[in-house]
Every structure is written in structure tokens, then in C-alpha cells.
Write a protein that binds this ligand. Structure first.
Ligand SMILES: Nc1nc2c(c(=O)[nH]1)N[C@H]1C(S)=C(S)[C@@H](COP(=O)(O)O)O[C@H]1N2
Ligand SMILES: [Mo]
Length: 163
């Protein structure tokens, strides 16, 4: 009986955040587990550390952010130009991207949240999700074992935009 209660407790406690999910947070929004199945799938060919390019499949990070209501495109103006995205991994490793760096109207940097390499799910060491940033000269932002993606507002003044 005791073990049943323990099991139920575990399931309830774990219910807030699924084990293999990526947690998404943004200012003023409730935290969610990301569901990317409705987003367009993309493939990039890239190799880290001078490896021969190989194929990675997933979704564009900017599409994830747009789907979550992040201010992109014409909404990316004023204070939102200080917004950045912080990505955290299971081992505590973190990287950031500015929202404008990712937005196609600005930097348009390709960053893909991948769940497959050469068509196969990522292995336990890197998965279930990692980022691939083909145009970074060093692969240090190819963060693996992603657990959280946070949109962060970094504005520190009250200045109102003129445009
Ligand atoms: N979670 C996590 N991701 C990480 C790192 C890390 O320490 N932890 N190291 C980064 C660095 S410095 C590099 S060079 C690449 C190495 O990628 P690889 O293991 O696919 O060669 O992973 C990046 N992603
Ligand atoms: Mo590295």
C-alpha cells in the first residue's frame, strides 16, 4: 500500500514538468512544457569541430518563440530589443541569444532545436533536445540536453521608443 501512495505522489509531483520536456518561461506568462509537433520541421547540415557536415532535424528556435507569443517581426521594437533567450541544460550549462539575433527581420541567425541526427533520435548523452547553430564558428552554443528555454527582458531604463 505504501509504495502505491509513494508512486501516486511521484506522479503528482512530476506532473508539473514532464521528464523529457523542455520547460518554457516568459515574463508574465505561466510556464509551459514545449510542444513543437505543430511547427514546421527543418533540416540543417552542419558539423562541429571541423567534422564532416551531417544532417540534423528539428524546429527553428525562432518558430518556437513566435508560437509562444514572443515579440518577433514587427513586434520586436522598443524595449523588446533588449529581450534575450537563455537556454539551460541538464548539467547546468547555459547559453544566450538575443531575440533580435534570431529574428529574420534582424540578425536572422539560424538556430535549430533538434531532436534527431541523421533521422535518429539523439542519444541519451545529448538528447532528447539540443541546439545546432551552424553559422557559429565554435560549437559552444550547440547546447545539448536542453531542459529550459527562457525569454528574458533585459531593459534597464524607462526610455520609451521613438519609433
Ligand atoms: N549541456 C551542455 N552542452 C554543451 C556543452 C556542455 O558542457 N554542456 N559544451 C559545449 C561545447 S563547449 C561544445 S564545443 C559542444 C561540443 O559538442 P559535441 O559534444 O557534440 O562535440 O557542446 C556544447 N554544448
Ligand atoms: Mo567547446
Amino acid at each position: 500500500m505504501k509504495w502505491i501512495i509513494g508512486l501516486v505522489g511521484l506522479v503528482v509531483a512530476g506532473g508539473a514538468c514532464a521528464a523529457d520536456a523542455v520547460h518554457y518561461t516568459a515574463p508574465g506568462k505561466a510556464a509551459v512544457d514545449l510542444v513543437t509537433s505543430a511547427l514546421p520541421r527543418v533540416e540543417v547540415k552542419a558539423g562541429a569541430h571541423g567534422d564532416a557536415p551531417s544532417a540534423w532535424q528539428g524546429v527553428n528556435l525562432i518558430d518556437v518563440l513566435r508560437a509562444q507569443g514572443a515579440p518577433v517581426g514587427t513586434a520586436l521594437r522598443g524595449k523588446a530589443l533588449t529581450d534575450f533567450v537563455r537556454v539551460t541544460a541538464a548539467d547546468g550549462y547555459q547559453v544566450v541569444f538575443s531575440l533580435a539575433e534570431l529574428d529574420p527581420d534582424f540578425g536572422g541567425r539560424k538556430v535549430v532545436l533538434v531532436d534527431k541526427h541523421e533521422g535518429k533520435p539523439l542519444d541519451a548523452k545529448d538528447g532528447p533536445y539540443r541546439l545546432v547553430v551552424p553559422d557559429d564558428a565554435r560549437p559552444a552554443r550547440w547546447i545539448h540536453s536542453v531542459t529550459a528555454i527562457e525569454l528574458v527582458e533585459a531593459s534597464t531604463t524607462e526610455r520609451q521608443p521613438k519609433h
